[in-house]
Design a protein around this ligand. Structure first.
Ligand SMILES: [Cu+2]
Length: 157
């Protein structure tokens, strides 16, 4: 009895430790911003860290999506073209169209507000604990069973 229980416990503990930190609740979403002649709709969009913004030129004229701080630039977007950027840091990102606007919110311009995601990481952490709990209970159960059997075995011998 002892011989197979020990490796089993070792395996279960290994499983518990090696368990990948699970899909960290990848609720990252893609937000669409319409590029039109000559404005962005919505002008200001609020997203979370890790989210992506996709701009699509639904107008007739060419436009650009150019960050004031240079952190992203679509280059020329003809009618029907689109451009995506994923925001990995919280902050306020002002952008403009090179043809119809300028840095500082002049003319054809917009803003992406990126919030740090406490709700996101919180949900992820909870999911991790929920998925680990049954395994933890199983390990504890096996250990108790093992100790019980060993106690009984020792008393007999
Ligand atoms: Cu434009």
């Amino acid at each position: 009895m002892k011989t197979w229980i020990k490796p089993l416990i070792a395996l279960l503990i290994l499983l518990l430790v090696a368990m990948p930190s699970k899909v960290s609740a990848t609720t990252n979403t893609t937000h669409k911003v319409e590029v039109d002649d000559n404005y962005f709709e919505p002008k200001t969009i609020t997203i979370r860290v890790g989210d992506t913004v996709e701009w699509e030129n639904e107008g007739q004229n060419p436009h650009t999506v150019t960050a004031d701080d240079g952190s992203f630039d679509s280059g020329n977007l003809n009618s029907g073209d689109s451009f995506s950027h994923t925001f990995t840091k919280a902050g306020k990102y002002a952008y403009y169209c090179k043809y119809h606007g300028a840095a500082g919110g002049v003319g054809m311009a917009g803003t992406v507000v990126v919030m740090s995601g406490p709700a996101q990481t919180g949900a992820g952490g909870m999911a991790n604990h929920e998925s680990l709990l049954p395994i933890l209970l199983l390990v504890v159960g096996v250990v108790i069973l093992y100790l019980g059997l060993r106690f009984k075995y020792n008393r007999i011998s």
